[in-house]
Design a protein around this ligand. Structure first.
Ligand code: PEP
Length: 247
């Protein structure tokens, strides 16, 4: 899944979408691989129009925790559904840090998305000092406990998790494949304890944080890494396509 964040003009978005779609249609991608782009909300309808009937899915980068009403500047899950959005990133560290999103609001956002059949891509991950102080597992476990584990198993099974160590996002400092694997295995074990081994096996856990065309294959080769949430490298068509081919 590509997270475009607050980048690209309408024309640039149109061009990038066209190149990605043309290439994945001509390359063909295995049935088991889902490709998602998450453009700025202004371009969601462009993206869902261009990807109609193609192998590309479209995600939003945020959603309101509220159903509708007097929330200036916000977008409701029902609105995303009405323009055929399939996925939505929730709890990205930039939203937690700059927009003060809390675990409680994320728990409500997840419910809103599921109500409208949109798949949440739920982000979790520790800050650098939390890793250095060896608290990273506690941090991620609390984020999942508070933001996701209120769901019954049937609803939980629709969610995608993205482990994104904050120190690796946009820094060029990728987690090593072993660090990613350690956390992904830990998350899977948590799901197994909370829900069932079936839920743990089937949950898709993506890695995000300076994943690029050079390191994607090695990261994705780890047992518990099911794919990637890609920031910077998803803005370059050829890099994103290489990452897709590594999945
Ligand atoms: C992200 O923002 O989700 C991300 C992983 O960014 P980058 O790939 O640029 O580190």
């Amino acid at each position: 899944a590509g997270n475009w964040k607050m980048n690209l003009t309408f024309q640039e978005a149109d061009e990038l979408l066209g190149t990605i779609i043309d290439n994945i249609e001509s390359d063909g991608i295995p049935e088991s691989v889902d490709v998602v782009v998450c453009p700025p909300s202004l371009y969601l309808e462009l993206a869902t129009d261009l990807s109609e009937g193609k192998s590309l899915k479209v995600g939003a980068q945020n959603v309101s925790e509220h159903e509708k009403g007097a929330y200036t500047g916000e977008l409701a899950a029902a609105m995303l559904q009405s323009v055929d959005v399939d996925y939505c990133i929730i709890g990205h560290s930039e939203r937690r840090q700059y927009f003060y999103e809390t675990d409680d609001s994320l728990a409500s956002k997840v419910l809103q998305l599921l109500k409208y059949d949109i798949t949440p891509i739920f982000c979790c991950g520790e800050l650098l000092p939390e890793r250095e102080e060896n608290k990273y597992m506690d941090v991620v476990s609390k984020q999942l406990e508070n933001g996701l584990f209120h769901l019954p198993e049937k609803e939980f099974s629709k969610v995608v998790i993205a482990y994104e160590p904050v120190w690796a996002i946009g820094t060029g400092k990728t987690a090593s494949p072993e660090q990613a694997q350690e956390m992904h295995a830990f998350i899977r074990a948590l799901i197994g304890r909370k829900y069932s081994s079936d839920a743990a096996t089937h949950c898709r856990i993506l890695y995000g944080g300076s994943c690029n065309a050079k390191n994607a294959r090695e990261l994705f080769s780890m047992n518990d890494v099911d794919g990637g949430l890609i920031g910077g490298a998803s803005l370059q068509a050829q890099d994103f396509l290489t990452i897709i081919r590594s999945a």
